[in-house]
Design a protein around this ligand. Structure first.
Ligand code: NAI
Ligand code: MG
Length: 492
């Protein structure tokens, strides 16, 4: 007889697509090479995936250029473009079980999270942008003289999109949604750790009737496939999500062709808890804000600043919650934390934990590997962290929380801002004035007040300072995918 745990375990999905998508056709790499995608929960091989490089990127860019300049996409009414994006969202919804399980297989995230967060946000994002397709419009401008002056918002062209592995489907949707709504064509390079759901979304895009060449997908590595896309002279724009060091490389590589660039990068986001906060909510928000997705979130609330007078109480409660988090098989529906995505990330996080211990912070829970197979790490909390410690300044991108204490608003504003990052921030207080003073003063693209990680397709997201350039989501993201043209007509 099956135990309760076994009954709540979701079956491993079938892998249906491992090839390169160019011009509506699934093909092997020109080189014939493949790379392995690994199950991070077991360290076992999931599948061999076609490994694209410069030659495949070039074919994909040619297909995307042709689809952009001619063919059905170039002349399609905007409203019909919107219908195709809606159809893709519908197909993703129809394949919800398979796609969420595939995301869990390739990335390691708990199936409960894939089903509650990733998939619904993907579907919502595509529907949101489907609605924009026929609402991207220009202005008429009352210039001096006898002229008619108007602007057109034209699709930017062939867009290279390079995404990371932490939210493989969601990052795909954030990139495809506004690009398709604007009428652009796409060459996407998914992360080498997690190519499978993006490829499956490519299949569904073809099934939805999105014309060949509009979406091309070239799985492969960053320095080969990624860099070729960045350097390709016929690519108009690169949208990138990942590490700031990679963005610096991309910016340099894109300089020769002056590509448009948008970047969504990392963070060391402050999560600030005042003594007058609803402590239950703040503790739960700090847990979610850091440990969600194994801590692999660009906006993770990794610097938890707690007002001195409540710090001890706060630490006791967050430690209790962290220690109670269920870590294990991501296909078990009650699992809260799965493995880190790969060996590199696992090693990086473990080295930060060592730095935290040797640097004088107090490891109050966790700090160890879980088991001996799969990249599992205990939910870890460091207390008595100071601003200059490695764990307080660097993005760890894992289940490691740093707790720091503070005394007043001016001090915490300054300390929140003393980082080259500026992606997100949160503040917990019942004092509305204090909340807004903090929200105004913190240098971050997103500020959450008495909540954390509230995302919506309509709400712009992106970074100040070295956390990014430009904004994704919302109407703001459409600017990333359009060129503004001014037309002036003599009325004489
Ligand atoms: P990465 O930035 O190197 O990789 C992200 C994407 O960029 C992948 O598709 C990769 O193949 C591609 N890429 C890498 N080098 C490239 C190049 N020279 N030209 C073009 N594309 C290139 O991130 P990685 O190495 O996976 O993770 C390193 C650290 O970055 C993490 O530990 C974390 O701190 C941070 N990170 C931040 C993310 C975010 O959402 N802001 C997401 C993933 C990682
Ligand atoms: Mg890298």
């Amino acid at each position: 007889m099956a135990t309760a745990t076994e009954q709540a375990t979701i079956a491993t999905p079938e892998v249906r697509q491992t090839k390169i998508l160019i011009n509506g056709e699934w093909r092997d790499a020109v080189s014939g090479k493949t790379f392995q995608t690994i199950n991070p929960a077991t360290e076992e091989l999931i599948a061999e995936v076609a490994e694209g490089d410069e030659a495949d990127i070039d074919l994909a860019v040619k297909a995307a250029r042709k689809a952009f300049e001619s063919g059905p996409w170039a002349t399609m009414d905007a409203r019909d473009r919107g219908r195709l994006i809606h159809r893709l969202a519908d197909l993703i919804e129809e394949n919800f079980d398979e796609l969420s399980a595939l995301e869990t297989l390739d990335n390691g995230k708990p199936i409960a999270d894939a089903r509650a967060a990733d998939l619904p946000l993907v579907i919502d994002c595509l529907r949101y942008y489907a609605g924009w397709a026929d609402k991207i419009q220009g202005d008429t401008i009352p210039i001096r003289g006898n002229f008619l002056c108007y602007t057109r918002r034209e699709p930017l062209g062939v867009c290279g999109q390079i995404i990371p592995w932490n939210f493989p489907m969601l990052m795909t949707a954030w990139k495809w949604g506004p690009a398709l709504a604007a009428g652009c064509t796409i060459v996407m390079k998914p992360a080498e750790q997690t190519p499978l759901t993006c490829l499956r979304m490519g299949e569904l895009a073809m099934e939805a009737g999105i014309p060949p060449g509009v979406i091309n997908i070239v799985p492969g590595y960053g320095p080969t496939a990624g860099a070729s896309l960045v350097k390709h002279p016929d690519v108009d724009k690169i949208a990138f999500t990942g590490e700031h060091l990679t963005a610096q490389r991309i910016m340099a590589d894109a300089a020769m062709t002056l590509k448009r660039l948008t970047f969504e990068l990392g963070g060391k986001s402050p999560n600030v808890v005042f003594a007058d906060a609803d402590i239950d909510a703040a503790v739960a928000g700090a847990e979610f804000g850091l440990f969600f997705n194994q801590g692999q979130c660009c906006c993770a609330g990794s610097r938890v600043f707690v007002e001195e007078s409540i710090k001890e109480q706060f630490v006791d409660r967050i430690v209790e919650r962290a220690a109670a988090r269920k870590v294990g098989n991501p296909f078990d529906t009650s699992t809260m934390q799965g493995p880190q995505v790969d060996q590199d990330q696992f090693d990086k996080i473990m080295s930060y934990i060592e730095k935290g211990k040797s640097g004088g912070a107090a490891c109050v829970t966790g700090g160890n590997r879980v088991g001996d197979k799969g990249y599992f790490i205990e939910p870890t909390i460091f207390d008595n962290v100071t601003d200059d410690m490695d764990i307080a300044t660097n993005e760890i991108f894992g289940p490691v929380m740093s707790i720091l204490s503070f005394k007043d608003l001016d001090e915490i504003i300054e300390r929140s801002n003393s980082t080259f990052y500026g992606l997100a921030a949160a503040v917990w207080t019942r004092d509305i004035g204090k909340a807004h003073q903090y929200a105004n003063a913190v240098k971050a693209g997103t500020v959450w007040v008495n909540c954390y990680d509230v995302f919506d397709a309509g709400a712009p997201f992106g970074g100040f300072k070295m956390s990014g350039i430009g904004r994704e989501l919302g109407a703001a993201a459409l600017n990333n995918y359009t060129e503004l043209k001014t037309v002036t007509v003599s009325l004489d």
